[in-house]
Design a protein around this ligand. Structure first.
Ligand code: PMP
Length: 391
């Protein structure tokens, strides 16, 4: 039998052991951990909408109408009016002809990729794509070709040599680096080589583009250029779940074939109602995005002038590159002593030798909150005297 205890011990020795932190209270901008308040710079609630009173009221008001649980899968008897209305709202919001509501982004990626590609097909995947994309590729049983991060020339050379159906999949905003995929170029090579382009815009929806419509709209592209958009609702939208948006034929195909859509209980319909309320706020409230962009600009300016190594990111995901696992843990611990929560991210979530502190900023942070983080970073600068990142 496999020695699980030994494997856990080896993880600990390598600085790779993962633990959960128990938190309480509302989560942004501060949470409570072990009875202590900590300013949080590691959630994906980029707009602070997870605790917005309008969304909470929408959920509360919907519950007596819809009941709590989803009660059945969509194809049995779980497809509620509220789900249907959310799908129409998501299609309209993203400028697409139709949408399908999934329970999580992980399930959406697994279900969509494994439905749209199969044995004999080839999937081309950016090396830094999210774990759920990687798992979707494996589940599909298609041949998987990974291209260097953002390297469209390498992708094009691979596409030129491939035969059979081709699917290209990429994050819109990369979850651990914060950079934005070159979608225009990807759309161009996909068109030239008759490949289906799938974009997971988990971190772009709500944050990028006019009225927060995401990275595809920001880059001036439409459903014709990127036929399959996947978005999550538990990040900037502040609720829960995910969606796929594209043509009605594609949605129909997914309803027939995406196993993570078919064989699971529908999301609570009240969540769909609250999500519609949140999308209204995202569309109407440019001020949150403006404030967030300002925080990002100040953070980049100040942290890099302290000598911290940042990534070329203009999104709220602002990793501080450390390199060594233990050094990343040490900086995270020192910041926590000063009341700041910034989790260390280590392999296999990021490549070997690229441990980092993934700072995420949110419109819920005030300028004073950010100043506290910057002050703590300045006090801890000596802990990363020498960055040695194997990028
Ligand atoms: N895609 C990306 C790029 C992500 O970062 C994540 C979440 N970390 C997901 C998908 C999964 O989404 P969810 O949390 O809704 O399962």
């Amino acid at each position: 039998m496999r020695d699980f205890t030994l494997e856990l011990e080896q993880r600990k020795q390598a600085g790779l052991y993962r633990t959960r932190r128990q938190i309480s209270g509302p989560q942004q901008p501060a949470l409570t951990s072990d009875g202590r308040p900590l300013l949080s710079f590691c959630s994906n609630d980029y707009l602070g909408l997870a605790s917005h009173p309008a969304n909470i009221k929408a959920l509360r008001d919907a519950l007596p109408e819809t009941g709590l649980g989803g009660a059945a899968s969509h194809l049995i008897c779980g497809h509620h009016d509220a789900h249907h209305q959310l799908e129409q709202r998501l299609a309209e919001f993203t400028g697409r002809s139709s949408a399908l509501f999934f329970s999580t982004g992980y399930m959406a990626n697994m279900g969509v990729i494994s439905a749209l590609a199969g044995r004999g097909d080839t999937i081309f995947s950016d090396r830094l794509n999210h774990a759920s994309i990687i798992d979707g590729c494996i589940l599909s049983r298609a041949k998987i070709r990974r291209y260097a991060h953002g390297n469209v020339a390498e992708l094009e050379a691979m596409l030129a040599k491939a035969s059979g159906h081709k699917l290209v999949v990429t994050d819109g905003v990369f979850s651990m680096d914060g950079d934005v995929a070159p979608l225009k170029e990807l759309a161009r090579v996909c068109r030239a080589h008759d490949a289906l382009l799938v974009v997971d815009d988990a971190h772009g929806i709500g944050v990028l583009g006019p009225q927060g419509r995401g990275s595809i709209v920001e880059q001036g592209l439409s459903e014709e250029d990127v036929p399959v958009l996947i978005g999550t609702l538990g990040k900037a939208v502040g609720t829960s779940g995910a969606f796929v948006a594209g043509s009605p034929v594609l949605m129909d195909y997914l309803i027939q074939k995406a196993r993570t859509y078919i064989y699971t209980t529908a999301m609570p319909p009240a969540i769909a109602v609250a999500t519609c309320a949140s999308i209204d706020l995202i569309e109407q409230d440019d001020e949150r995005r403006r404030h967030l962009r300002e925080l990002v600009a100040v953070f980049r300016e100040e942290a890099s002038s302290m000598g911290y190594e940042l990534m070329p990111s203009r999104t709220p995901i602002q990793p501080i590159m450390i390199g060594d696992n233990w050094a990343a843990l040490e900086l995270s611990r020192a910041l926590e002593e000063r009341g700041m929560l910034v989790t260390a991210i280590r392999p296999p979530t990021v490549p070997e030798g690229q441990a980092r502190l993934r700072v995420t900023l949110s419109a819920s942070h005030s300028r004073a909150d950010l100043d506290q983080l910057l002050e703590a970073l300045s006090q801890c600068r000596h802990l990363v005297a020498q960055t040695d990142v194997a990028v």
